[in-house]
Design a protein around this ligand. Structure first.
Ligand SMILES: [Zn+2]
Ligand SMILES: [Zn+2]
Length: 278
């Protein structure tokens, strides 16, 4: 069985990642409006009825701003740690709140979601790996450095949403105040292109079919630069750069590393894929 993944939006203006099989899915973060989430899902041929839960990585607005309306409208359980919830405030109806703990997998029908702590300037931030039938998808954004957890999980993944937040030269020579430059490049800030590239080149497994570079800075990075940088080292991995303005295509991830890349032009809905792949 395959997993279908997409970034509905990625960047400091909002993050929302979809990971699912043909009948159920989870969202990691809900940082764009409910309306925009629905619109983008529809454009991709995905249905909100497959979404069974939302997992929240941390309390920054670009990860939670859409969760209240989305979870209420679809009565979606929201998985969040108690500390993140305290920092986030009221994000949904009480009966929809669920808690998770690091290193304890949560099963959502056919999917299991495993959380582990990450380095970021939030109260209790976590990264996630979503697994089903031996396929692992990582969501590793808003990380100040590649800790041992990130490295160990990256090696296991068939596809990863990996932060490539900034180009060091653009950040250091740019107009941000010194204190902000320090915060972004600190161990609790964001991952640079170089740090992400090092992780990719040193730690990828042979089964890594898709690397989706995520959470690019608007002012301190460029999608063209990131694409060029990573494609030079891509080998058999498909390199995708997630946008801060629109959804990516839906990518079909399979265990056997068959290249199942679908561009938006020849995108097939999960139902169609089911007919063509199974
Ligand atoms: Zn963020
Ligand atoms: Zn953040």
């Amino acid at each position: 069985m395959s997993l279908f993944i997409t970034s509905l939006n990625s960047g400091s203006n909002g993050n929302c990642y979809y990971i699912g099989n043909k009948s159920e899915a989870v969202m990691i973060d809900a940082g764009i409006s409910c309306k925009e989430t629905e619109k983008r899902m529809k454009r991709l041929g995905l249905s909100m009825s497959t979404v069974k839960a939302v997992f929240i990585s941390h309390e920054h607005a670009d990860h939670i701003s859409g969760v209240r309306v989305l979870s209420k409208k679809y009565q979606l359980p929201v998985y969040i740690t108690p500390a993140t919830l305290r920092s986030a405030g009221i994000i949904t109806e009480k009966h929809l709140i669920r808690h998770f703990k690091a290193d304890q997998g949560i099963t959502i029908e056919g999917l299991s979601v495993f959380a582990f702590p990450k380095s970021h300037d939030a109260n209790d931030p976590h990264s996630f790996m979503i697994s089903s039938n031996g396929i692992n998808i990582g969501v590793f954004t808003d990380i100040g450095n590649c800790c041992d957890h990130v490295i160990a999980h990256f090696k296991k993944c068939h596809a990863v949403f990996l932060e490539a937040n900034y180009c060091e030269n653009m950040l250091m020579n740019g107009s941000y105040p010194y204190i902000l430059k320090k915060r972004i490049s600190s161990d609790n800030g964001h991952l640079s292109n170089t740090q992400a590239l090092e992780l990719f080149t040193k730690c990828r497994g042979g089964h890594l079919s898709h690397l989706i570079l995520s959470h690019l800075s608007k002012n301190n990075n460029s999608p063209e630069l990131v694409a060029q940088l990573f494609r030079q080292q891509a080998s058999s991995t498909n390199i995708v750069v997630a946008s801060r303005y629109e959804e990516t295509a839906v990518y079909c991830i399979e265990q056997n590393n068959v290249d199942a890349y679908h561009s938006k032009e020849n995108y097939l809905s999960p139902a169609q894929l089911q007919l063509s792949l199974f």
